[in-house]
Design a protein around this ligand. Sequence first.
Ligand code: URA
Length: 243
Amino acid sequence: MERLQKVIAHAGYASRRKAEELILEGKVKVNGKIVKELGTKVTDSDKVEVEGIPLEREEPVYVLLYKPSGVISAVKDDKGRKVVTDFFPYIKQRIYPVGRLDYDTSGLLLLTNDGEFANILMHPRYEVEKSYVAKVKGIPTREKIRELEKGVHLEDGKTAPANAKILSVDKKKNTCILELKIHEGRNRQVRRMFEAIGYPVQKLKREKYAFLNLSGLNTGDSRELTPHEVKQLRALAQHGSKI
Ligand code: URA
């Protein structure tokens, strides 16, 4: 038995809040009858319709991909380039990425068909910590690292506090490898943050997403999340994990 709004959200139809609105507006039917009570519980055998369309109920699936660079974080691409869902031909559910990694960024990406789960992880207020390793042109000074940590001014506003650490320096090539931990998920944020302090990114990889890492995986590999990991992620996103 599951609450009706949860079933609608899990089917990827709408967020849980939107599902509640649809129920209150009388747009949801269970076994042919309009249901307006939010507490209503349904089982797998109940026929749910939302705005006249039967709800396709899919088993939720949660996978972690070590995305190679040169792959689009989308479910399809107009130009026929490889997309992240191409790595999961055996998954019949319609999964999609939780947020995105740039075409030329590699690393840890989650995919799911659970709309509610994806929404809570991406909610700007509850964004979980993400850890990136960047190779940049030049060797940032201590002051520049502090700037990154305090927040830099980007065209869409100042970035939130972050952690930055130099991992290694190649003086001959004048490059540097750094770790940057952030909570936000703005478009091309890490590249733009380094650009803003004058050190353009040459290579970027997401090593960690909350407590998840890429251990045991090679580029292009994937694995299912365990039910415990899914629970932990939900709890983290809901209760906050700010540094
Ligand atoms: N920041 C970036 O600049 N690119 C990514 O892919 C992810 C974070």
